[in-house]
Design a protein around this ligand. Structure first.
Ligand code: ADP
Length: 554
């Protein structure tokens, strides 16, 4: 295996291109061959057209560059599977329309509409389905029109032929493209024995549902189709998008086998395909939501541990700064006394030994002073990453991160961000830490107010608002936290931002002073006050990225 991988890596580019081209052509032709059933004409218009899923996947990954290969695949299929049923020039032109249409759609969906081919978000899946439906309709209109022009269908049959073409294409896209994209661009899948056994069991469940549909209960054919939703939904919930994509392909393949074995006529087949489309879309949307949620949960966990680490470090640093501040004065005094004593000892020419000892005392106190100075400088500067930060994103991240805290304290959190704010210059983790500190204080203050029975405004009004707007000078953004809690205690208001001032039994009284250090390190300032209606607001300014203040602070 490793041997093969090494050889592949070292192979010349043309060998790789030739191998991939052949593999694609083989996949395209075989998919077309197994799906060329219930055709409505000698053309490739069937109720189930999986090559379109492959074409859409290739076009999304490679854009218009995929068009020549797609065209070759379509030509090869027409030659091998159908023996070129119409004039060569018509086949070449119609296939060129399809290949170019899909290539352009792939480019537009990716480059213009921002579709991520790894399908990480619900938006990507919705774009894929809507874009696929539109592309199949547009490319199909061209394809059917060319064949109508050469007399293969009457013009009156055009809508019917187009509809059938469209159903086959869109079902191919909804069922196969997600699997192609997850395979080519999604995160690597790890398969364990337990996982493989589970997939096997779920395959059996799909087979059982199909057997019920087409076996003993299959009198009215598609009446029992709903049974197929159960395994598909279960798989999507358990395994997210990759599971949903695989379940759709297995269900579709099983359905085709069952339909072939029991001999369903073409009209019913189209009904089945529309039901299958509903199933595939349901499973896909559900699978994507499940995958997206898992990713967000992992992201929140990661950020929370980042923040906890950063908070511990900053708290240690702040403690060092506070100690340095407290020790600075007695040390300066000791240094002055030692210098004075040395002077007196020299003037009065007492014992030379005393002068020597006093010299050493002065030297040691000066050394301690230098150590404390450098410690304070280090804490003040700290180490941080400065980059342009979008304010709306920063606030939204904080609202997400504060979710569990808000639930715990039974408060609501809302964001009020002015539109069109310029990005600020700062360290995302540090600014998140400042905002979350303010939010935690607000939530704890309101919860404490409740515990003491101070005019609890009721859960609906226990609100924290995270706001952001442009500062008066327009060279900074104001970001703040407002709460409807009991307000600042007198002792805190008098010593706002002083370290070790707290009203909490287990508080350290360092949060606000750390927040102020971090904000000032960014070239901004933090203030806190009580509003006329008893609300408390803490807000800080952060220089806009590219402004003079922002550059100076960096
Ligand atoms: P700690 O949270 O450890 O007490 P802080 O420096 O973060 O340290 O806060 C100091 C004090 O400021 C808190 O003990 C609290 O009394 C007061 N405080 C901070 N924010 C608020 C607020 N939003 N409402 C009322 N009091 C507040």
């Amino acid at each position: 295996m490793t041997d093969f991988r090494d050889r592949w890596r070292l192979a010349p580019a043309w060998v790789k291109v030739a191998c991939l081209t052949l593999a694609y052509l083989a996949a395209h032709v075989s998919l077309d061959w197994i799906s060329f059933i219930h055709e409505v004409s000698p053309l490739n218009v069937t109720p189930w057209n999986p090559p379109s899923g492959l074409i859409m996947g290739m076009s999304l990954v490679f854009g218009v560059r995929a068009a020549p290969l797609v065209w070759l695949g379509l030509m090869a299929s027409d030659l091998v599977v159908r023996g070129l049923p119409v004039a060569l020039w018509a086949t070449m032109t119609a296939n060129a329309v399809v290949a170019a249409g899909y290539g352009a759609a792939g480019w537009m969906l990716r480059e213009r509409l921002g579709l991520d081919p790894g399908l990480p978000r619900l938006r990507d899946v919705v774009l894929l389905l809507a874009g696929g439906a539109g592309t199949a309709m547009a490319a199909g209109a061209g394809y059917i029109a060319i064949h109508t022009m050469i007399g293969l269908f009457p013009w009156s049959g055009f809508p019917d032929a187009l509809l059938r073409y469209w159903v086959g294409e869109i079902i191919g896209i909804a069922v196969l493209t997600p699997l192609v994209l997850v395979g080519l661009r999604g995160p690597a899948l790890r398969v364990s024995w337990a996982g493989a056994a589970e997939v096997g069991a779920q395959g059996l469940l799909i087979a059982f549902a199909l057997w019920l549909d087409f076996g003993p209960l299959g009198s009215a054919q598609y009446e029992h189709f709903y049974l197929l939703f159960l395994p598909a939904v279960a798989i999507a919930v358990r395994h997210g998008l990759p599971g949903a994509a695989l379940a759709s392909v297995i269900t579709q393949a099983g359905l085709i086998v069952a339909v072939q074995a029991t001999g369903v006529e073409t009209a019913r087949m189209t009904h089945f395909q529309l039901l299958m489309l509903t199933l595939a879309v349901t499973a896909l949307l559900l699978g994507t939501v499940v995958s997206e949620r898992r990713r967000v949960e992992a992201w929140v966990r990661e950020r929370q541990s980042d923040l906890a680490g950063a908070a511990r470090l900053t708290e240690a640093g702040e403690m060092a700064a506070a100690l340095a501040h407290e020790l600075n004065q007695p040390l300066s005094a000791a240094m002055s006394y030692a210098r004075a004593a040395r002077k007196i000892a020299r003037l009065e020419e007492t014992s030379p030994r005393l002068g020597e000892i006093l010299d050493k005392t002065v030297a040691q106190t000066e050394r301690a002073d230098r150590v404390i100075r450098s410690l304070r400088d280090f804490v003040r500067k700290g180490r941080s990453e400065r980059s342009p930060l979008p304010v709306a994103g920063l606030v939204a991240d904080c609202v997400t991160l504060a979710g569990p805290l808000a639930t715990r304290h039974r408060v609501s959190i809302a964001a009020e961000v002015a539109p069109g704010l310029p990005p600020v210059r700062g360290d995302a983790v540090q600014l998140q830490q400042v905002i979350l500190n303010l939010v935690r204080n607000a939530a704890e203050a309101m919860a404490e107010g409740m515990a003491e029975g101070i005019e609890d405004p009721g859960p609906r009004n226990r609100r924290i608002v995270l706001f952001a707007h442009l500062a008066g000078e327009a060279d900074a953004v104001v970001i703040g936290v407002r709460d409807s809690g009991p307000g600042l205690a007198g002792v805190v208001e008098r010593n706002l931002f002083a370290p070790f001032v707290t009203t909490k039994a287990t508080g350290m009284g360092l949060g606000l002073s750390i927040a102020r250090t971090l904000v000032e390190g960014h070239g901004g300032s933090l203030t806190g006050r009580r509003l006329p209606h008893g609300e408390t607001v803490f807000e800080f300014t952060i220089p806009v990225h590219g402004s003079d203040a922002g550059e100076a602070a960096g």
